[in-house]
Design a protein around this ligand. Sequence first.
Ligand code: UTP
Length: 293
Amino acid sequence: MNNKKSNKNKQVTKAIIPAAGLGTRFLPLTKAQPKEMLPVVNKPTIQWVIEEAIDAGIKDIAIITGDHKQSIENHFRPFKKLEKALEESGKLEELDKIRKVNSLANLKFIIQHEQKGLGHAILCAKEFIGDNPFAVLLGDTICTGSPNCTKGLARVFEEREASVFAVEKIKLEDTRRYGVISGNQVEDQIMLVDKLVEKPEPEDAPSLLGIQGRYIFTPDLLVHQEKTNKGAGGEIQLTDAMQSLARESKLYSWTFTGNRYDIGTMKDWFQSHLELSIASEFSPIIKEVLKKL
Ligand code: UTP
């Protein structure tokens, strides 16, 4: 394998944000409105995710989207008619706000025509990745914490020169919702991973550490992903490609201690809105609302 070549570039400047799923867990809310576009405080979920990548020093971002999810691209593309109307009516603050969203990063939109799973979504960005290391941030998952999750992973990646992903402690009854891993502790918060199982039954889970939705990979991952057949749920799973990678190369997990919100669940969506509102400029408004409950 071209390990030496792929690890040469330690700086992570590219990210993939998979956002093409059908959102079946959150219907009917996500029938016409992509889960990744659900607002949290004052911006869509996927904007929080993009801002995390930017804060981690990533400039080139590929969003994997579906032909049913045009609104994602619309949110980040210039809307000339609206800009003209704002300019003509002197609404310059609003104009500035939407122009900032248009120029957040160097965004590329790639269509995944068939929803064959997360692993398949990543393969759609093969050309974009080339021979570079890359981050993956799930488009329906907001992470908060300091350092931000992707930044924390980038540090481990630079130090260890190997692929690394974030995990969190999960409950036994929740193993069916996660990729679950095991390995050997090599440092506080860091494990050398040897086993990864996607959505195991509680009795088959190798530990109570669940894959949490943020990753940094050497480009070798794609070679393993291309060889991966359908797995759990009949989908092409990223976790299976990671298991294959772990057999040939070092693969680390990093236990993230910040908050993670899966915007595919009602509980996390509500919780993110409340907690992130309280931490924002809108804190007085939300506190006033809460007082009345
Ligand atoms: P999820 O499994 O949580 O999303 O994938 P989903 O498939 O949309 O949701 P459910 O399970 O049917 O409710 C995590 C992320 O990966 C993307 C999703 O859009 C989500 O942001 N994804 C998933 C893809 O881009 N393509 C896929 O084929 C599957």
